[in-house]
Design a protein around this ligand. Structure first.
Ligand code: TYD
Length: 146
């Protein structure tokens, strides 16, 4: 796992083509986002007050878009946290590997589209926050030496 930080996570703008009939937004592999999409999933009917996520990934990159409604994406690298409010269908949050993420404050009827760089692999998940911190700390000597 590369030693990433929350500052590698960012809000990216998606193309927006507007005319009197409405809007189209387009996401292209390795152009709009810095990876190729292998999998698409979406969260919907999230009950009020519920939170999702609560894990990190070893290799997976994700791009998270509120195609409808709004929610917050909080990213945490074990040292710092930042929260992105996602509330436009033409913006999304890039979440890189090695970063704890939590999604909450879902508005009623919101739909969270997630574009993912790999297939679903349970082995890629880090579901314990302290384990993530330990894994990240294990990499520290390598980075210091480099
Ligand atoms: P999970 O990623 O833990 O949900 P979230 O981060 O949104 O809270 O996924 C919840 C369950 O859904 C997981 O235990 C298995 C299933 N799942 C799949 O089968 N395939 C998938 O691509 C995803 C994302 C989840």
């Amino acid at each position: 796992m590369k030693k990433t930080s929350i500052y590698d996570c960012s809000m990216l703008e998606i193309d927006k083509h507007h005319n009197e009939k409405g809007n189209i937004s387009v996401i292209e592999n390795d152009r709009t986002i810095p990876f190729s999409i292998e999998r698409v999933y979406y969260l919907y009917d999230v009950p009020g007050g519920e939170s999702r996520g609560g894990h990190a990934h070893k290799k997976l990159q994700q791009f998270v878009v509120a195609v409808s409604g709004s929610f917050d994406v909080t990213v945490d690298d074990g040292e710092s946290r930042r929260t992105f409010t996602v509330n436009r269908p033409y913006r999304g949050v890039l979440v890189v590997p090695g970063i704890w993420r939590e999604l909450d404050n879902f508005s009623s009827g919101s739909v969270c589209l997630v574009l993912a760089s790999t297939e679903y692999l349970e082995d890629d998940y880090i579901r314990d926050y302290n384990s993530l911190k330990n894994i990240r700390n294990d990499f520290l000597p390598i980075y210091r030496a480099g």
